[in-house]
Design a protein around this ligand. Structure first.
Ligand code: GLA
Length: 392
């Protein structure tokens, strides 16, 4: 996929080869810890080997031209005087938002021709947006010679997503696509941004992502709604526990003692999900370190059930996949991954059972929903980087 990037770039943006550089940022899959990041909780994602490749050549005329192979009929061009959000643009606002932020910071970027090629399915909950944001922010800052730490880039693209695009995402995706490492998951405390790399040693098992192939529809507005409900829950808890800053600080026992202070039953269930999910992530880290795949798998299933019953972000398609997958022999763990409302599940499946897994899940899922699922066998890959080898 990353091969021949320069050739493809040259075909679209003819000119000399001088100064063309190629960068890559992955997508991510979250193994456990859903809707905890913006509550100051823990998450355990891994970067994927799927991702976004970007070839870029600097310009000096304050003009940016972006082309994406995924949206060949919608190239994006603008000058640095005129960096505006376009509501009918399906992809260009992400890199445009990055340029906007970099300019606001006073970074010296005098323009660029940029060519993207990627293999993360869009709107599938695998962070195609954090991936394009990160590769753009990393690539352009490297080109400008003013390199920023990955942590700052992660915060910058979160700001783009929050302020320019208008979705109040947490920091998990940006962190995972920045700091991912081959064969490792990332245990991240979203309150302090301290993190630890946990080896993802699954032995005879494989990670399988299944795409519902249902686009996420209302995802953004529902996502913001869940955030507001959590903020409401936190306010009610703060009335009696004044020193608490985020729901992620609550233990299960504290929650039990304080739960009667939350009057709205929906809000109560949202908070219960956050608190129990947070505990599951901490446990998941422990058992993963011991290589206990079976307990890890149980925690994944509990996570899905909590997202279905308490947080209510699954829906017919994700639940249909979950129900079909947990019944397959050799599938020890499965759950929805990402924001929910469509998108993907992630499962841990015995390698030799993968063909049977695909067959049974496809049959049942199609019967129940009318959609055909897609499967990706995946591995944990590296975070954002420059690809020097494709330069020749
Ligand atoms: C999306 C957001 C993340 C996180 C997940 C849910 O992927 O971008 O910040 O909140 O949903 O865990």
């Amino acid at each position: 996929m990353g091969n021949k990037m320069i050739e493809r770039f040259q075909h679209y943006f003819p000119g000399n080869n001088d100064g063309i550089r190629v960068f890559f940022a992955p997508g991510r899959v979250n193994l456990i810890g859903e809707h905890t990041d913006y509550n100051g909780g823990y998450v355990l994602p891994a970067a994927l080997t799927l991702g976004t490749y970007m070839a870029v050549r600097p310009r000096q005329d304050r003009q940016f031209n972006f082309f994406s192979e995924s949206f060949p009929n919608q190239p994006v061009s603008f000058s640095t005087q005129n960096v505006n959000f376009e509501s009918d643009d399906p992809w260009g606002n992400y890199p445009k938002g990055v340029v906007n932020e970099l300019l606001k910071m006073g970074m010296k970027i005098a323009g660029a021709d940029v060519y993207y090629s990627g293999n993360i399915p869009n709107a599938a909950g695998l962070s195609s947006s954090a991936s394009i944001g990160m590769v753009t922010a990393f690539g352009l800052t490297q080109m400008s010679g003013e390199q920023l730490p990955i942590k700052d880039l992660a915060k910058l693209i979160q700001k783009v997503e929050n302020d320019f695009i208008g979705v109040s995402t947490g920091i998990m995706d940006q962190f995972a696509v920045g700091f991912g490492k081959k064969d490792q998951a990332l245990f991240l405390n979203c309150r302090t941004l301290e993190y630890e790399k946990v080896p993802l040693e699954l032995g005879d098992y494989q990670l399988v992502i299944t795409n519902t192939n249902k686009s996420r529809g209302l995802a953004d507005s529902k996502y913001n709604e869940r955030r507001t409900e959590c903020e409401q829950g936190l306010k009610e808890i703060q009335k009696v526990k004044k020193n608490i800053q985020s729901l992620g600080e609550l233990t299960i026992d504290e929650f039990r003692n304080l739960q009667d202070n939350i009057k709205d039953s929906d809000v109560l269930r949202r908070v219960r999900h956050v608190v129990t999910e947070n505990e599951r992530v901490k446990l998941a880290r422990k058992v993963l370190k011991k290589g206990d795949v079976a307990i890890f798998g149980d925690l994944m299933k509990q996570s899905h059930e909590s997202l279905r019953d308490d947080y209510e972000v699954t829906g017919l398609e994700l639940d249909a996949l979950f129900n079909a997958q947990k019944e397959v022999r050799g599938c020890v763990g499965t759950r929805m991954t990402g924001a929910g409302f469509g998108g993907c599940t992630v499962s841990i499946v015995l390698s030799e059972a993968v063909p049977e897994f695909k067959k049974q899940v496809q049959e049942k899922y199609e019967q129940e929903t009318g959609f055909v699922p897609s499967f990706y066998i995946c591995e944990a890959g590296d975070g954002v980087k420059e690809l020097k080898e494709v330069m020749v």
